[in-house]
Design a binder for this molecule. Sequence first.
Ligand SMILES: C[S@@+](CC[C@H](N)C(=O)[O-])C[C@H]1O[C@@H](n2cnc3c(N)ncnc32)[C@H](O)[C@@H]1O
Length: 249
Amino acid sequence: MSGRNRAAWEHRAYDFWIQLNGTPQKAGKDMRADPRKWLRRHLDLMGDVGGRDIVVPLGSNGRKAVPLAVLGARVTVIDISRENGRYAAELAAAAGVALEYVVADYASCDLSRFEGRFDIAYMEGGVLHYFGDLDALFDRTRKLLRAGGCLVLNDFHPFRKCVDGAVPTDGDYFDADLHDAPVAYEDLLHGADKASMPKCLLRYWTLGEIVTGIAKSGLRIERMRETPYLTRPKIPGDFTIVARAMDAP
Ligand SMILES: C[S@@+](CC[C@H](N)C(=O)[O-])C[C@H]1O[C@@H](n2cnc3c(N)ncnc32)[C@H](O)[C@@H]1O
């Protein structure tokens, strides 16, 4: 899965971020001026991030990591895409902050130097479907946290497996297959670029599998928030879980 997803996320990702967020120079200046605007959805769950050590696994172009650094956190991103890393480095420079960006496969890279180092692991916005083994994912993430540290995990609500026609699970909530799926920005590409775009390989998890994986890692789940689907506010669109490490790894 990681090889496939790396190929997809290294194909024109830098250009995509410019389309979505503007040049890193412009976006970085904006983050410097108003970091909270870029962190609106989950900052309330993190408390005061100043002086904290935060890891952002799958932190893509740094659009969450850099505003956190502007607010005074020491931030590390671990992401598989060099194109994302290039945008993030330019973004951090424009915002005038330091950012540690590790280009690596989060499912398999050596994380031993990071063990017990972080107060917060922040994962958000389309992350779990890149992994074929959730227990291993949460186990690795839990080891990064020091005693009292927490995981703030946000993702698409698994309910989308039943209601979102773009999700290739044919309405089956319990579907457990791997699926070819377009990378998030494929629709923005045109012509030859679009035709040659590699597909991601994704696994769509149920809520029970996600909650169980977190609990099995030894993290204590403190809170789960569900938020409405943007265009259909009577059904859940995403969820956010806060889970705490009660002791050192
Ligand atoms: C949709 S983005 C996640 C949202 C992201 N937090 C943001 O701010 O935009 C998915 C990210 O996961 C990364 N990724 C996918 N598989 C990965 C893996 N095995 N290890 C590390 N990063 C991975 C991609 O490079 C991409 O940046």
